[in-house]
Design a protein around this ligand. Structure first.
Ligand SMILES: [Zn+2]
Length: 309
C-alpha cells in the first residue's frame, strides 16, 4: 500500500472503539474477559486463538477503525474507504471469541451505521473463504442488515449452509453461498455480480461493507479456493457498479488472508478499482451454475432478483 502511495487515499490512525460501541455487538463479559486476560499477559482462548498482551488494544482499534470508516462514509460523505487492520473479526460471536477473532469489527461497523447514522439497510458481503459465523449470528434476526457470505464448504468453522437464511424478522436477510474447494474467479465473480449485485439493486442498501478476507486466493495455505488478484479486482468492480447505482458508499474491512504476498498483491489490484472516481465500466459475466442455483434458492425471499438485468 505504501509503495503505491496509499492509492491517493487520506490516511487516518484507527481510534480505540468506545466500550458502548463494542457492547452494542458483544456481551459485556466477553469484553471484560479479553481485557483481563491481556492485562495478565495473555492466554489461549481456543486451539487457534491466542491473546497476547497487546491483543485487547489491537482489537479495540480494529473495531474502532471500522467504525471510523463508517463515520467517514456516512458522516463525511466519502464514497469508498478501507479499514486495513488486524486482528480480523468475522468469527467473533456475541459472546464467543474464536478463529483468530476477538471483536467483530464489521459487525461493530454495521451497528455504528444503524445506531449513529440512522442507516436502515446495511449490506455486508463476506468474501473471506471461511464462513463469517459471528456476523451471521449477530444479525441473524435483524432485517436491517443483509449478510451475504461466500465461503468454501466443507471448511472451518463448518457453519453457513445454504439452508441458513436467518430467523424471525431476519428470515431471508442471511444469504449463505457455500462453494466447493477449487472454486475460482468465475464462481466467486458470478456470485458477487449476479447474486450480491442483484441484491444491492433490489434492496437498495444505504451502505455496503465488504468483509474482505484474501484466503480464497490460490496461494493461501488455509483453504483450497483459486481466486486470483484479477478476481478480487473484478469482484470489487461488480460491487462498485451495483453500489454506485443505488448511491451507497462502499467500505472494505480486512478479515483473513494468510499468504502475505497474495494479500498485498490482491489489495494492490483492487484498490484502484475501489477508489476510482468513475464507476467501473460494465462487464458481461456469465451466470455460473453456482449463481444460477443460488438465485433459484433465493426466489421465495427475493422475487425481484431473477428479473434483474
Ligand atoms: Zn478466513
Amino acid at each position: 500500500m505504501a509503495a503505491h502511495d496509499w492509492f491517493g487515499c487520506e490516511r487516518a490512525e484507527a481510534p480505540r472503539a468506545d466500550l458502548p460501541l463494542i457492547e452494542a455487538v458483544h456481551a459485556e463479559p466477553l469484553v471484560t474477559a479479553l481485557q483481563e486476560m491481556c492485562a495478565r499477559g495473555g492466554g489461549r482462548i481456543d486451539a487457534d486463538t491466542v491473546a497476547l498482551p497487546g491483543t485487547y488494544e489491537a482489537a479495540l482499534r480494529g473495531a474502532g477503525g471500522a467504525a471510523a470508516l463508517v463515520d467517514a462514509l456516512l458522516g463525511d460523505g466519502a464514497r469508498t474507504g478501507v479499514s486495513a487492520l488486524r486482528p480480523p473479526g468475522h468469527h467473533a460471536e456475541t459472546d464467543r471469541m474464536m478463529g483468530f477473532c476477538f471483536f467483530n469489527s464489521v459487525a461493530v461497523a454495521a451497528r455504528r451505521a444503524r445506531d449513529a447514522h440512522g442507516a436502515e439497510r446495511v449490506l455486508i458481503l463476506d468474501w473471506d473463504v471461511h464462513h463469517g459465523n459471528g456476523t451471521n449470528e449477530i444479525f441473524h434476526a435483524d432485517p436491517g442488515v443483509l449478510f451475504v457470505s461466500i465461503h468454501e464448504s466443507p471448511l472451518y468453522p463448518g457453519t453457513g449452509p445454504a439452508s441458513d437464511v436467518g430467523s424471525g424478522p431476519g428470515e431471508g436477510y442471511t444469504v449463505n453461498l457455500p462453494v466447493p474447494g477449487g472454486t475460482g474467479d468465475e464462481g466467486y465473480g458470478s456470485l458477487v455480480e449476479h447474486v450480491t449485485g442483484r441484491l444491492i439493486a433490489d434492496w437498495r442498501p444505504q451502505l455496503v461493507l465488504i468483509s474482505a478476507g484474501f484466503d480464497a486466493h490460490y496461494d493461501d495455505p488455509l483453504a483450497g479456493c483459486r481466486v486470483t488478484e484479477e478476481g478480487y479486482a473484478g469482484m470489487t468492480a461488480s460491487i462498485r457498479r451495483a453500489a454506485d447505482a443505488v448511491g451507497a458508499p462502499v467500505g472494505l474491512v480486512l478479515e483473513g488472508g494468510y499468504d502475505l504476498g497474495a494479500l498485498s498483491r490482491s489489495m494492490a489490484a483492487l484498490m484502484p478499482v475501489l477508489v476510482a472516481e468513475e464507476t467501473p465500466a460494465p462487464e458481461s459475466l456469465d451466470v455460473h451454475p453456482l449463481a444460477e442455483r443460488a438465485l433459484e434458492r433465493l426466489a421465495p425471499y427475493w422475487p425481484g432478483l431473477r428479473a434483474a438485468p
